[in-house]
Design a protein around this ligand. Structure first.
Ligand SMILES: [Zn+2]
Length: 277
């Protein structure tokens, strides 16, 4: 007879998830643990998160004084994570970690594995994921609510660089080792088609070259130092110059030459350490 009330729909869209959470508030952070994320976070969580922020600040070159608390949401159950995102951030893709303009960072890391090495890896993933999102929100890029760049080099790859540093520092270099192995494969695949490797060409289809790309900034840092790398990022992000022009300006080298040296470096290196440490 009567049309059903839309009230039910409204309740479904409530910001509060219908799952239990534990929380901790300290310094710059307001953290919510869902599922068994608190167990994964482990002892020393507060120190690790504070240290993560310090690393982000050091890499990006200025201290971030947070007015409001950074709200971090940590999940280990993938379905509940996706449900939470769908409910609260309907426009955001269900990637591994995300944030909105209110300094919220959401992260999931699957079920906690029994195997100790993978457990350490998952814990490191948790901190590196949050570090990645913190980098996106950092004043270096204009702070909370800044518009992400269209080109990946100006922001995304910088956040990946930060993420990898945090992950290694938190105690797992499994991802870096995998990146190195995959990069060698990527190099081969690319060679077969085109004969050589080009960052600019990769730009149009970057997912195919992900492992190679995530090694490029660490490789530049090893060769020329962190200060120069930060100068490169400034030219790329703040002056909005292209990658070729920026590399030339900061390192005085043509992109083709740098690419060739990088390519040879990846090929020659026996392992990750040899290439970037
Ligand atoms: Zn990102």
């Amino acid at each position: 007879m009567s049309i059903e009330s839309p009230k039910i729909e409204k309740e479904k869209l409530s910001r509060e998830p219908i799952i239990e959470r534990a929380g901790v508030v300290f310094d710059d952070f307001d953290v919510s643990f869902f599922n068994d994320a608190e167990e994964l976070a482990g002892d020393g969580f507060e120190e690790n998160l504070t240290e993560t922020k310090k690393m982000v600040d050091d890499i990006l070159g200025s201290e971030w004084k947070i007015d409001d608390k950074l709200r971090v949401y940590l999940f280990t159950d993938e379905n509940q994570y996706k449900e939470y995102l769908k409910r609260n951030f309907p426009k955001i893709p269900d990637d591994m970690a995300t944030f909105d303009r209110k300094t919220e960072s959401v992260f999931r890391c699957g079920k906690i594995p029994e195997n100790e090495e993978f457990r350490d890896y998952c814990r490191a993933q948790m901190f590196s994921g949050v570090g990645h999102e913190m980098a996106h929100l950092h004043p270096f890029f204009g702070g909370v609510g800044n518009k992400a760049s269209k080109g990946k080099w100006e922001q995304e790859m910088i956040c990946v660089f930060v993420e990898d540093k945090v992950r290694t520092k938190t105690g797992s270099d499994l991802m870096q080792k995998m990146s190195m192995e995959n990069a060698k494969k990527e190099l081969e695949k690319f060679r077969n088609k085109e004969g050589n490797f080009s960052l600019e060409a990769a730009d149009t289809n970057w997912k195919n070259f992900y492992s190679l790309e995530r090694l490029f900034y660490p490789w530049l840092e090893k060769r020329y130092g962190m200060e120069k790398l930060r100068q490169l990022w400034t030219v790329l992000f703040k002056d909005k110059k292209g990658i070729s022009e920026s590399l030339k300006e900061i390192y005085g080298e043509d992109i083709d030459d740098l690419e060739k040296q990088f390519e040879e470096g990846v090929e020659k290196a026996q392992n990750y350490e040899e290439l970037v440490k």
